[in-house]
Design a protein around this ligand. Structure first.
Ligand SMILES: *Cc1c(COP(=O)(O)O)cnc(C)c1O
Length: 391
């Protein structure tokens, strides 16, 4: 059976160039990077090369602003919990959006139990956070704003600079979850006025279990993990040297090849959207029509369940998903589409297709053919369809 992977927003494979850089670190350069002997120094040098590559990739002013973590989730935890707790004497109000990743939303729930007040901004029908709502939400005791750079659910890219400018002027810290944006949107942490920025390796052809937080020089954070004081005391735990080396290489490649990867991916994406739209009736493409990631397409199919479509596609060797991977085994309405106020039938009928960088047009043809078959079959059985068409 064919195998077509359309779930790159959940995870990517490790590219061969990345793997080759990692391999010797498991067996030869395996020392603890904190050890003072030569082998320790060599491991430490590898970590610093990776830090430089990542700083360059997101245009940080200095490599010393990059802190390695165990995941994108941990980077978000450190940013949100760390910034809120370290700055609470200035105020306890935070502005966030309803469309954040669970690793942001769940931290905010914890902070609410610690007496912080959170204002959650909604998104419009294109998944765009409203600038007017943001300006209205500002308070004298606001200490932190968090808004993702691009949505891993519907692909909408936010106007980060417009928001960060206001935050910068008022001395409010600005955090962005750039996990889905990295490698797809050019990032310039310095020029974009960002204080805290989270990224992860396994969405950009690096290994799982490693992420990083960009912390603008001078930003106060309280650690969330305590121990040996690695990462200048901000993230204790023996440094995961092979993963970090892979992460550094992955970011170097993803940011170097961004224009060419984007162009290829956009072509396939637009072809896919055109074909699906021409072939299958009663559908809606979600997300912003222009300001969107090249690799993510969310589509709602009226009258049927997204889960059923994903299951039939799986039978045809196609991997797609409903909602985010972390939620998709709970039968719960997707929180991003809910915030965008999609009607219930379109929320439940949504499927996310996210492309790998080497997706082929010919693969898309097969996907659309199988998708059309699946949708027809499910609609045949759908009681909703029968009652809708009877009207
Ligand atoms: C995947 C993802 C995360 C979490 O990163 P992990 O490294 O998997 O913990 C956070 N935010 C967004 C937008 C993501 O897509």
């Amino acid at each position: 059976m064919r195998k077509i992977y359309l779930d790159s927003a959940a995870s990517t494979y490790v590219s061969n160039d990345v793997l080759q850089e990692m391999l010797p670190v498991f067996t030869t350069d395996f020392a603890n990077s904190a050890s003072v002997h030569n082998m320790g120094t060599e491991a430490s040098n590898l970590v610093e090369i990776a830090r430089e590559r990542i700083a360059k990739g997101i245009k940080a002013r200095s490599a010393s602003e990059i802190y390695f973590t165990g995941s994108g989730t941990e980077a978000n935890n450190l940013a949100i919990l760390g910034a809120a707790r370290a700055n609470k004497q200035k105020g306890k109000h935070i502005i966030a959006t309803k469309i954040e990743h669970p690793s942001v939303l769940e931290c905010l729930k914890v902070l609410e139990t610690e007496g912080f007040k959170i204002t959650y901004l909604t998104a419009d029908e294109n998944g765009m956070v409203s600038m007017i709502a943001f300006l209205h939400a500002l308070r004298p005791d606001t200490i932190l704003v968090t808004c993702m750079m691009a949505s891993s659910e519907v692909g909408t890219i936010q106007n980060i600079r417009a928001m960060s400018k206001v935050a910068n002027d008022k001395g409010i810290l600005f955090h962005t979850d750039a996990v889905a944006a990295l490698g797809n949107v050019p990032i310039n942490a310095e020029e974009m006025g960002i204080d805290l920025l989270s990224i992860s390796a396994h969405k950009v052809y690096g290994p799982k279990g490693v992420g990083a937080l960009y912390v603008r020089e001078g930003t106060k954070l309280q650690p969330i993990i305590y121990g040996g004081g690695q990462e200048k005391g901000l993230r204790s735990g023996s440094t995961n040297v092979p993963a970090i080396v892979g992460f550094g290489k992955a970011v170097e490649l993803a940011t170097r090849d961004i224009a060419i990867n984007n162009q290829k991916c956009k072509q396939v994406r637009d072809y896919f959207i055109k074909k699906v739209t021409e072939t299958i009736p009663f559908i809606q493409v979600n997300g912003h029509p222009m300001q969107r990631l090249p690799n993510i397409v969310s589509i709602s199919f009226d009258m049927i369940e997204g889960e059923s479509i994903v299951m039939l596609l799986a039978d045809a060797g196609i991997a797609a998903s409903t909602g985010s991977a972390c939620n998709s085994n709970k039968l719960q309405a997707n929180h991003v589409l809910t915030a965008m106020r999609l009607p219930m039938n379109l929320i439940h009928g949504s499927v996310r297709f996210s492309f790998l960088k080497n997706i082929q047009i010919e693969e898309v043809d097969y996907v659309v053919k199988e998708l059309d078959k699946a949708v027809k079959r499910l609609r045949e059985m759908s009681p909703i369809k029968r009652s809708k068409l009877a009207k």
